[in-house]
Each structure stands twice: as C-alpha cells, then as structure tokens.
Design a protein around this ligand. Structure first.
Ligand code: GDP
Ligand code: MG
Length: 439
C-alpha cells in the first residue's frame, strides 16, 4: 500500500487546500488500506464517508502535501473512533468485582483470565478467585487449574458434571466467604455462536451480575471478528472487549469494526500466550497499525511540531530582543489562558517558582477583559513602545477604557515585569521558556 500511496502522492503537491481530486485519489487508497487490514466493509464505507466530509476543503499544513494532510485527518479520525483514551477495567465499590468472560472457543478467554488476574495481582495486590465454568471440554478446567497454580491463585471448580450456573453460584459464595476482591468467571465458547451457549451466558450474567463482561475476540479471524462481536453484543450487556493474538501478523482492523458495531471500548490487547503478554489498548497506536503508514505518520507529526515551534520561536525571538510589546502581551495572555493558570506555567521556568513577580501575574477572566480594553485604547505607537506611556497618557487610557488609573498603572507594571522576566528567562534558559510556551 505505502508504495501505491507514495506514487499517488508524487502527483500531489501542497496547494493550500484539499481539493476534490486529492480526496478522490487518496481516499481510494485509504479504503483499500482499511479493507486489507480486515476492517469490516460497512464500517469502511461509513468511515471513509465521514473522513470525506471532514477533509473537504480543509487547510493543508505547512510541510505536508494534500495526501499527507488527508492521512493525518484519517489517522486522527481512526484514533477518535476507537475512543481516544485507554479505558480501564470496571471496579465495584464493594468486593468482589465480578468479571465475566464471553467469546468463541479458542478466542483466548482462559488465557486472558490468567493475564488479567496476574496484572491485578502485580499492580494492585489483588486476591482474585478464578471460576472454571467451561464444563464442555475436560481440558478446559485443567487448563485454568494449571494457570492458577503457576500464578499462585485459587481456582474454583466442580468438575464437568455440574451445571455451569450452579458452579458460578457456588464459586461466588466461596469468593464472598474468602473475601476475594476479584472474581473471574471463565465460561465456555463454541466454534460458532449458537442459542444454547448464548442462553447459558445470559443465565450466568443474571446470576453473577458482573461488573464487567469482557468479550474476547481473536484478531486473526479478520472479517469474522465483527460478526462474532455483533452476535455477542446483541445477547449480552458487554462492557468491554479484549482483542487477542495481535502478536500475529494481522493489522488489527477488527478493532475499528468491533468498536463501530458494538460501540463498546476495547480495553486490552493480547500479544502472546504468556500471562505477561497483555497490554492496555491504545487507540492511537492501533490507528497507525491499521493504517500501516508508520513512516508517514512520523513525518506528519514532525511537520505539526514544526508549525507549532515556528510560532513559538517568533514570540521567543521578540522576547529576547526586547521587542515584546503590548500586542504580544495580549496575544500571549490569550494563548496562555487556553493552557491553564498563568502562574502554573510561569513556575515551569527553572528558578521562577519563587519569584515574587509571580504574585502579580495572577489574572482572572474579568481582569483579562479589562486589560484588553486598556490595550485597545492605546495608540499603535504606545502598544509597540510602552516607554511612551507617561502619566498623562495613562490618564487618557484609563478614561478610554473606563477603568481606574491604578489599574492602568498596575497593568503596565505587570507588563514590564513580565517582559523583564521573559527576557531573563530566554537569555538564561531557553529550554525552560520553551517548555512554558509549549505547555
Ligand atoms: P478460550 O477457548 O477462549 O478459553 O481460548 P484459550 O485461552 O484456551 O486460548 C486458545 C489458544 O490461543 C491457546 O493456545 C492460547 O495459548 C492462545 N492464545 C490466547 N491468547 C493469545 C494471544 O494473545 N496471542 C497468541 N499468540 N496466542 C494466544
Ligand atoms: Mg477456555
């Protein structure tokens, strides 16, 4: 794909805005990339239409060409669709937190139980109980028992002759008695979704009232993964998805379609057979895996950074040359306001944390409006050269802005202090200053 795309890209150069032709060509490639990554057809169609709307006539960033800009939009959209943030496991406010597994046979349920229980034990000192409720394959109970022994965790089992519903009831009772903080219910799967299996799972759901029902899906099953996920999500109140076998060569497009058809967050990904081979799901990493355009995304990221840095560098230059004026002051305040409390930002500059000048730069919304009013009463010359603002000019500004003269004086003093401070900081510690500007 990347080869095809780079060919397409040679014909496209930065033209300021994304044209319909750019879109046509690049989205065709994106569509293919998604299908090759096993994203479900209906999801691809919807997704591409969505991106088309967003990308139409969008500005092309400096340093990128149209195709790259479209890829950036696609990547952002992929990340957002899969849910920007990693979503943690649900936790009950009273013990035990009950986690129930669901999924086809061989999807990785039992392995995932071991992985998650191990993770909770390592990270939170948890004392989980594992309930073996897959009675259809004799080896399944033994598999869980061996894992429990290896990881030093209790496993509750009653053999293969007892109804799974009964096993779950008894297992939960034991967990209460022993004050286990987590219970994992390892359930049975079939090779295909069938009514009996679903009924059994629904019954277990009713009995156990789980805080989390984790649908386990094998990422290697490609297009089928989506249909499977849909089937389970229709019958059960799925709360999260674990996508397994991502250590294989799949691009993981199932992540996008599963999220699309179920609306449920993917919480973890399985990356191997060992108990440690479990990772939190990160949408941005998955997006770049699905797109399979790692190099290009790195380039795009770099261009984005350069654009930001260019703007910052201009301001820094002004500060260093002491040409930082009232216009910049207002710009800067606006920018800084977006980033959070000015004080906090100033404190990031080494040596500034205890600077008494900081006491004066605590600015609230209303004050900020007043400051803007005062600045807008200034003549262009005054804005550029604050030294010009003598006492009579100060009176004029106060009258113009409808603010008391003390406020004008205070603002000019603050500006002066800020400029001096910035000047010092940029000379002495460029890195710290950059940190502050970049947030
Ligand atoms: P279950 O039937 O859903 O309980 O599936 P299992 O947990 O028994 O797993 C089926 C097979 O897949 C086993 O051989 C596991 O070792 C393997 N498996 C599970 N998760 C992963 C994974 O993330 N990566 C790889 N490579 N293999 C896995
Ligand atoms: Mg199993």
């Amino acid at each position: 794909l990347t080869e095809r795309l780079s060919k397409a890209m040679k014909n496209l150069t930065g033209r300021g805005r994304i044209s319909d032709e750019d879109l046509q060509e690049t989205l065709r490639e994106i569509r293919l990339a998604l299908l090759e990554a096993d994203v479900n057809y209906a999801t691809v169609k919807k997704f591409v239409a969505n991106v088309r709307e967003k990308a139409k006539g969008a500005d092309i960033m400096n340093g990128l060409n149209a195709a790259q800009q479209i890829v950036k939009i696609v990547n952002d959209e992929l990340t957002e669709t899969m849910g920007e943030e990693a979503v943690p496991l649900n936790k009950s406010d009273k013990i035990p937190t009950v986690i129930m597994m669901a999924g086809l046979q061989g999807a990785g349920k039992t392995t995932t139980v071991a992985k998650l229980a191990y993770k909770l034990k390592q990270e939170a000192n948890a004392r989980p109980l594992l309930i073996a409720a897959d009675v259809y394959r004799p080896a399944a109970i033994e598999q869980l028992e061996i894992l429990g022994r290896d990881l030093d965790m209790p496993v509750f089992s009653m053999g293969t002759d007892v109804d799974p519903r009964e096993i779950v009831k008894k297992g939960l009772a034991q967990a209460k008695e022993n004050k286990n903080d987590y219970v994992f219910i390892d359930t049975a799967g079939r090779l295909q979704i069938d009514a009996d299996m679903m009924q059994e799972l629904k019954d277990i759901e009713k009995i156990a009232q789980p805080d989390e029902i984790l649908l386990t899906v094998d990422a290697m099953t490609g297009q089928n993964a989506t249909a499977t996920a849909e089937g389970f999500a229709d019958a059960l109140d799925i709360t999260g998805v674990v996508l397994t076998k991502l250590d294989g060569d799949t691009r993981g497009g199932a992540a996008l379609s599963i999220r699309d058809v179920t609306g449920k967050p993917i919480k973890f990904v399985g990356q191997g057979e060992k108990p440690t081979d479990l990772d939190v799901f990160y949408p941005d990493r998955m997006a770049s895996r699905i797109l399979g355009m790692g190099d290009m995304l790195t380039l795009i990221e770099k261009a984005q950074k350069e654009v930001d840095e260019e703007q910052q560098a201009k301001q820094l230059q002004k500060m260093r040359e002491n040409t930082f004026d009232f216009n910049d002051f207002v710009d800067q305040l606006k920018q800084v306001q977006k980033m959070g409390p000015l004080e906090d930002l100033m404190k990031m500059i080494p040596g500034m944390a205890n600077n008494p000048a900081l006491a004066n730069v605590n600015i609230d919304e209303k004050q900020f409006k007043h400051m803007e009013a005062i600045v807008s009463s200034m003549t262009p010359a005054e804005r550029e050269d604050p030294e010009l603002i003598n006492p009579s000019r100060r009176r004029r500004l106060a009258a113009g802005a409808g603010r008391p003269i003390v406020e004008v004086n205070r603002m000019i003093k603050q500006f002066d202090q800020m400029r001096k401070m910035m000047n010092q900081a940029t000379k002495g510690n460029f890195g710290g200053m950059e940190q502050m500007m970049g947030g």
